[in-house]
Design a protein around this ligand. Structure first.
Ligand code: ADP
Length: 528
């Protein structure tokens, strides 16, 4: 697997350059060295410098070393073997130096020094020092003797090579330390982290993500975004196709939050993940890759499933006995010999049974929304009729609360909708408007059209809704603090159901509100 894991010593997310280091390849670094040696020789030739026999031996050795850099199977040789090339280069320099007229080759000692320091750290520094002294310094002194300028030139050249090796070794060791620290931090977080390059190739991922990858790709992963595996949609069963994989979307520059997937197919070990992605851009703003974070939300998803199953089970179980209680209570109410007190008590039973029935319907309805099984029976119908009937039905409630109802509609407004569902939306909006309006207040329903849509507005002069609550109004079980504090009846399902019905008709529902002055809920439905 070509993918690297953060913190496993096989690469990390914090590497300044995730591209493979070309100079680590002996053939590349040796070619660079050989080129500079050749330049030295060429310049000597141009300068009409008659190099003695030793530089020629050095040139021959250089050819051999450079060829070796290309032909030897470095992958199969011990990791330290390329160091021999750098040592041989120092020997070449030593031989080049054995020439009365000299040349610029002493300065080239820096190259093997840098190479040894970069790839072999402290040991590379020692090798540079020993090899520079033995292969360049000592032969030079033996050849030229210990005369002043020669000693100074040699000692300084050797020192510069050693200092270059040390500086390189130090920089690399600092960098590695920082990488280890970052890797340790990234590995300690409980979130899977992945870095992709511009082509969608995995650059790195942390240990946590390694666990998720093993679940999703038990057969292994090729290191490219979009690979098919045991990756499922939020429903846990629909396989995610390549084009919808979070990694594919991210590699195309899409940014998103809380994209839910399941990985793995074993019911016990599979995990639900919430994925976020952010694009990584280079200095010129072009897409350079993407960073993805995978948070384990298995417990939350399981809890939600259990809750939904529970709600649906309980509501189904409650419906039958409630229907029977309601039916018998109604039958009793039809009797004419009832004591007035018994009648009024029975009416309380009926009212509360009806409330319970509505609640059960709402709960069942919520379950349906989750199953995406909400079914609309659309027929051409007159919206004015539906709105009128809803207002009529709300009148007793409004009267009880001392709230006045108003209605503004055209003569007729034909639209293809599911009349029962739209009536349900209106019932919810009206009952809320009345519930959250103080006695003496007013609730108005207005129906109208503009170019391509129908608008139903339910306006009240009630308590209003806090700006902070407005975004959450339409989420299930949300109730404002005011509703809770005032013990206003409700469970927080009405608006979420209304929204799913309106959206199911291709429409939108939103709210304008001011605390203490009232609210307007607007339902907009497309005309076509
Ligand atoms: P419920 O009314 O059963 O609590 P809903 O989903 O219908 O649930 O409404 C959610 C919340 O929105 C309510 O608890 C209430 O705080 C707020 N709300 C809804 N309609 C109005 C309104 N007309 N005026 C003020 N607050 C409202």
């Amino acid at each position: 697997m070509a993918v690297r894991e953060i913190g496993t010593g096989r690469g990390d997310l914090t590497s300044p350059s995730t591209a493979p280091d070309a100079f680590a390849r002996p053939a590349v670094s040796q070619s660079l060295c050989a080129l500079l040696f050749a330049l030295d020789l060429g310049l000597r030739f141009l300068g009409d410098v008659d190099s003695g026999p030793w530089p020629r031996v050095g040139a021959g050795l250089l050819v051999v070393v450079t060829l070796a850099a290309f032909v030897l199977p470095w992958d199969r040789l011990p990791a330290a073997s390329p160091a021999a090339l750098a040592v041989a280069d120092l020997l070449v320099i030593g031989l080049f130096r054995l020439d009365a007229q000299g040349g610029g080759s002493a300065v080239l000692m820096v190259l093997p020094g840098l190479y040894l320091g970069r790839y072999f750290g402290r040991r590379g520094v020692v090798v540079t020092a020993v090899a520079a002294v033995l292969l360049v310094g000592v032969p030079n002194f033996l050849y030229f003797g210990l005369d002043g300028p020669n000693v100074s030139r040699m000692v300084l050249s050797v020192l510069v090579a050693v200092v270059a090796a040390m500086a390189m070794a130090l920089a690399v060791s600092r960098l590695q330390h920082e990488r280890r620290v970052s890797a340790a931090i990234l590995d300690s977080v409980d979130v899977g982290l992945v870095l992709l390059d511009a082509e969608g190739a995995y650059q790195a991922y942390n240990r946590r993500h390694g666990d998720f990858m093993r679940l999703a790709y038990p057969e292994g992963h090729a290191g490219m975004a979009g690979q098919l595996g045991l990756v499922y949609d939020a429903d846990g069963s629909t396989e995610v196709p390549t084009q919808d994989m979070p990694s594919t979307l991210a590699s195309m520059g899409e940014e998103f939050d809380d994209l839910r997937i399941w990985v793995g197919d074993d019911p016990v070990s599979r995990r639900a993940l919430s994925v976020s992605a952010r694009a990584v851009r280079d200095a010129s703003g072009d897409l350079a890759g993407a960073a993805l974070a995978y948070t384990d939300v298995t417990e939350l998803m399981r809890a939600l499933t259990v809750k939904d199953e529970f709600i649906s089970l309980v509501s189904h179980e409650l419906r039958t006995p409630l229907t029977s209680i309601h039916g018998y209570a109604m039958l009793l109410l039809e009797r004419h010999d009832l004591d007035p007190q018994v009648r009024s008590q029975l009416e309380v039973v009926v009212r509360n049974t009806e409330r319970l029935q509505r609640l059960v319907e709402d709960l069942l309805h919520t379950g349906q929304i989750d199953d995406e099984a909400m079914y609309f029976r659309r027929v051409e119908c007159d919206l004015v009729q539906i709105v009128r009937q809803a207002v009529q039905a709300a009148e007793p409630h409004a009267r009880d609360r001392g709230v006045t109802l108003g209605l503004r509609t055209p003569q007729r407004l034909m639209l293809r909708v599911d009349p029962q569902r739209i009536a349900q939306v209106l019932d919810n909006l009206l009952s809320n408007a009345i519930k959250y309006t103080e006695p003496g207040g007013r609730v108005t329903v207005a129906l109208g059209t503009d170019v391509n849509r129908v608008e139903i507005a339910v306006t009240d002069t009630g308590v209003g809704i806090d700006a902070a609550d407005r975004d959450r109004l339409f989420t299930r079980f949300f109730r404002s603090q005011h509703a809770e504090e005032q013990s206003i009846q409700g469970v927080g399902l009405g608006l979420s159901i209304a929204r799913s019905i309106v959206e199911g008709h291709g429409g939108r529902i939103d709210v304008d509100s001011e605390i203490g002055r009232g609210s307007t809920f607007r339902v907009r439905l497309p005309l076509s």
